[in-house]
Design a protein. Structure first.
Length: 545
């Protein structure tokens, strides 16, 4: 394929691409991190607290049922060995801050702070264990501050409650553990943020290389521009891979092959296109070949890499009938040129009039005369060239306009008129037949009218995808009601000259051929209005016949 110069490497465009990825990755990171923190932090804190509470209950239950504690109650005091054992027990458990052992009167036999031994238990949350003998957790404020506490009853051999064991963790310790977990998540957030920066940078470089140095927006813009350019070309473009399968076709190629893109892409070219000898176009190397369609000229351009290996092929299809269309259009311009030459003397006479007025010193009269000519140009010739894009039809109307000027007839082409270069409903020859005869009949009808100061012809030619409307009205003598039913008969004419009476017959036959409607409204000594409407499109609307 041709290189249109749209894909250009631009290192500076990496920066906006990087920041775009950075923004996306940062937003994604914040959302994911928030969700992760909300879920895992809550889960971690809940799991941590449940573990500590479970360990506290297990510690209190184990100590309450141990023989060491029961012997302590039998002796009525805590021996030095027992005190050392309990102190070491607290030191060896990081989540355990306090162990307090008290009798049924809440008098401490042991406390991690030895100075509290012999004093009454503080907090008031021990009453339940002494009354019910249940194991439970509570929060209370003791001599060492607020604590999460686990109570377990101590029973004698007969099952009576003789005291309790309280194991606790200070709430400050729980807060410290929570802070540690949050700190770990904060470090993780920083690592994720730095990682997102690195990933965004590497990803932008990688995508940049894959896109040949273009940002995604540049690539989309380049694709749309190239696609538009390819589809606007009159020549068909087909791109093939190394195996001869179709990769890309433009709109012109679709039209020439008579297939849609989705039916062509991925299929072998030989299934749709061969040269005039019935052989594959891939056998040709940078040569032109006429295809099986006599109107299409094919140019094959192989694409090769540095090792002279074929990597693909570009096929250019040229519709030779387009050249014929251009010739026909040029023909239309020749009609205009001929018409301008025919009017040369008329314009020379006008220049002589202006020159004479200036020599006579009548500048005001000359200006008025020039203004009249300019107004005539604006109201008559200008609209024809503006609204009628078919050169042959425009030349015909301008030629008739010259005749009308000679007979002082005012011509108006309605401003809502429009005729494309190639009509969807009539060929150029049919348009010329209808318009030429209608204008000629209108001109003759006005010339036959006497004593009528209104000498006007009004015309409308409007085509859109739904239909083609042609109207011509004049201020001529009109048509006698008795004659009106016979105007389409071949050879019928109200004039005595021979060789007449074929114009309206030709118009009627063209209308019947295309299932068009004809309306005629005429009034004697007032004028006639003709209207034709074509709604049936012709089969070969692209080619004028």
């Amino acid at each position: 394929m041709a290189n249109f110069g749209i894909f250009k490497h631009n290192k500076r465009s990496i920066a906006p691409l990087f920041f775009r990825f950075l923004l996306i990755s940062t937003i994604t990171w914040i959302i994911l991190l928030f969700i992760t923190l909300m879920i895992t932090l809550r889960l971690s804190l809940t799991t941590m607290q449940e573990k500590i509470e479970k360990d506290l209950l297990a510690t209190s239950t184990t100590l309450a049922s141990s023989n060491i504690i029961k012997q302590m109650f039998a002796d009525g005091y805590c021996s030095p060995d027992d005190m050392e054992y309990l102190d070491n027990f607290v030191k060896n458990n990081s989540d355990l801050d306090v162990i307090s052992i008290a009798d049924k009167n809440s008098i401490r036999l042991y406390h991690v702070n030895h100075s509290q031994i012999g004093k009454k238990f503080v907090g008031g949350d021990e009453e339940t264990v002494l009354l019910t003998g249940e194991k439970y957790l509570s929060e209370g404020k003791g001599t060492m501050g607020w604590q999460r506490r686990a109570f377990a009853p101590i029973r004698d051999s007969n099952g009576y409650i003789i005291g309790f064991v309280m194991s606790s963790t200070k709430l400050d310790t729980l807060g410290l553990l929570r802070s540690r977990i949050k700190g770990a998540y904060s470090n993780l957030a920083i690592v994720m943020f730095l990682g997102s920066l690195l990933v965004a940078f590497l990803l932008s470089i990688f995508i940049k290389r894959q896109l040949l140095g273009n940002s995604p927006e540049e690539l989309v813009h380049a694709y749309l521009v190239q696609s538009t350019i390819l589809n606007k070309l009159n020549d068909g473009i087909i791109s093939l891979n190394a195996t001869g399968h179709i990769q890309l076709v433009n709109a012109a190629a679709n039209k020439m092959l008579g297939q849609r893109s989705d039916l062509l892409e991925g299929k072998p070219l030989d299934n749709f296109l061969l040269d005039s000898k019935g052989t594959s176009l891939l056998n040709n190397k940078q040569t032109s070949a006429t295809t099986s369609n006599p109107n299409i000229l094919c140019t094959t351009i192989p694409l090769e890499d540095t090792a002279q290996n074929r990597t693909g092929t570009t096929i250019i299809l040229t519709d030779k009938s387009e050249a014929q269309h251009l010739a026909n259009q040029l023909n239309g311009t020749q009609h205009i040129i001929s018409m301008l030459r025919a009017n040369r003397h008329e314009f020379m006479n006008k220049l002589h009039v202006i020159s004479g007025m200036l020599q006579m010193g009548k500048q005001a009269d000359a200006l008025r005369y020039i203004s009249g000519l300019a107004e005539k140009q604006t109201t008559t010739i200008g609209p024809v060239l503006q609204y009628i894009h078919n050169a042959n039809v425009a030349a015909l109307i301008l030629g008739k306009l010259s005749n009308m000027n000679e007979f002082k007839i005012h011509f108006t082409l309605l401003p809502n008129s429009y005729l494309p270069e190639h009509s969807l409903f009539l060929s150029t020859s049919e348009l010329i037949t209808i318009i030429g005869n209608l204008l000629e009949n209108a001109l003759e009808a006005i010339n036959l009218s006497s004593g009528n100061e209104l000498r006007n012809i009004v015309m409308q030619i409007t085509e859109n995808p739904q239909g083609l409307l042609l109207t011509v009205s004049d201020t001529g003598i009109g048509i006698n009601p008795n004659v009106l039913p016979h105007i389409y008969e071949t050879g019928f004419s109200t004039k005595a000259e021979t060789g007449r009476g074929f114009g309206m017959s030709l118009i009627h036959s063209i209308a019947e051929k295309h299932n068009a409607t004809i309306d005629v409204d005429s009034e004697a000594k007032a004028g006639t209005f003709f209207s034709l409407y074509f709604s049936q499109k012709r089969y070969n609307s692209e080619v004028d016949k």
